[in-house]
Design a protein around this ligand. Structure first.
Ligand code: NCD
Length: 378
């Protein structure tokens, strides 16, 4: 059944995209790429590469599915058995080329909740990449054994290249971007939106979000910023050192979508107006010049954060009663350590972490078109 939402134009773009070469495909705009990446019947993302693939309907759906899956899982026998039956007999590969704790573990656990078989590659020196195999051929090989690929890579276009390869192959399996260089981390942004959804009883519209830290290289900030266009009347405030300011492409996206944003230099001053404060760490793995290559086995010494961009314990007193303090994690010294141990309900980053697992359950289930089975379970 062809979905009416897919105009003839979209179908034409999709047909063209299927025969395009990589060079032609890679320079298409996000809107046209989405036609190639989303499921033609449901209009939900099939390959998940960037935040612009999501609209309000798909975001609301994912939050509802995450909520329901979480509830079902509380039924320890029948509920868990049901969830496990959904993707029983399918297999996932977690292909992580960069370090990861939360994203890796939450994907893995989400796959287990859904009954999938799981394998991973975390060290490229153990795979044929080390023998000079191209990424295209490696991805094509993965698709011979698996039904889903999760991929984290330092190269911004690697997951996209994977999607392009898979779409042309006779085993068109979905690929999910679990972090692409400095560019995007869409499943973290979904986690963040779900955390806002839970924190504000589903009412995200009109909130003021303060984003703090490395806004230039933090891919979570970029992906979350793109999702903001799906909510009405959002106000964004960016707090960062000058050299880590939010980049021009994000600014022009906000201008195009009439999203209100401003920059501030003083975190303390903007805390009282914030509904959510989204802290991030300095992504200093990218500035090789003052870091040099780390010595194997030795822990890298990080520069201490400029106190202007640090969330101090006493700032909790300045927060609105219902505001939340978020962080995609890992955190370093940009948040006073004591805040992490505080029992203040507004400190939500540990809950945010767990939300990520449920959001990934919802996302994978939806890619495999199991969302209605979850929503209708009783
Ligand atoms: C983030 C990432 O990898 O981009 N971590 C995560 O997935 N939650 C944030 C970071 O590394 O700073």
């Amino acid at each position: 059944m062809e979905n009416k939402k897919w105009s003839e134009d979209s179908q034409e773009i999709r047909k063209r995209a299927l025969i395009m070469n990589w060079q032609e495909f890679s320079v298409m705009g996000e809107k046209d790429k989405t036609v190639f990446l989303n499921n033609i019947e449901t209009d939900n993302p099939f390959h998940v590469l960037f935040s612009q693939q999501f609209d309000r309907r798909s975001l609301d759906l994912l939050c509802q599915v995450a909520e329901k899956a979480r509830m079902i899982h509380k039924d320890r026998v029948e509920g868990r058995k049901f969830l496990k039956s959904l993707l029983f007999g399918t297999y996932a590969l977690n292909f992580f080329h960069q370090p990861s704790t939360r994203t890796f573990l939450s994907f893995q656990t989400a796959q287990e909740v859904l009954g999938m078989g799981i394998r991973d590659i975390r060290d490229p020196s153990t795979s044929s990449e080390a023998k000079g195999e191209t990424l295209e051929d490696s991805i094509r090989t993965f698709s011979s054994y698996f039904d889903l690929i999760i991929m984290r890579h330092e190269n911004e276009q690697a997951a996209e290249l994977g999607a392009w390869v898979l779409n042309k192959s006779d085993r068109r399996i979905p690929i999910i971007n679990a972090g692409s260089g400095k560019d995007q981390h869409p499943t973290q942004a979904l986690t963040d939106v779900y955390t806002l959804y839970k924190s504000f009883d589903g009412k995200i519209d009109g909130r003021t979000i303060v984003m703090v830290g490395d806004l230039a290289r933090g891919r979570t900030v970029r992906s979350l910023s793109y999702l903001m266009k799906n909510y009405r009347g959002m106000k964004l405030i960016f707090v960062s050192p000058l050299h880590l300011r939010v980049s021009d492409d994000i600014r022009s996206f906000f201008d195009r979508h009439q999203i209100s944003y401003r920059e501030a230099d003083n975190l303390r001053e903007v805390i009282p107006v914030a509904d959510a404060i989204y802290m991030t760490r300095v992504q200093d793995e990218w500035d090789q010049k003052d870091q040099g290559e780390p010595i194997p086995g030795q822990v890298k010494i990080h520069q201490p954060i400029n106190p202007k961009y640090k969330f101090k314990k006493e700032y909790l007193d300045l927060m609105k009663e219902n505001a939340v303090l978020m962080h995609p994690l890992p955190k370093r010294d940009e948040i006073d350590e004591e805040v992490g141990y505080s029992s203040d309900k507004r400190v939500v980053f540990w809950r945010q972490e767990r939300n990520g697992m449920w959001m990934r359950v919802a996302l994978i289930a939806t890619i495999f078109q199991k969302e209605n089975e979850i929503l209708n379970w009783q």
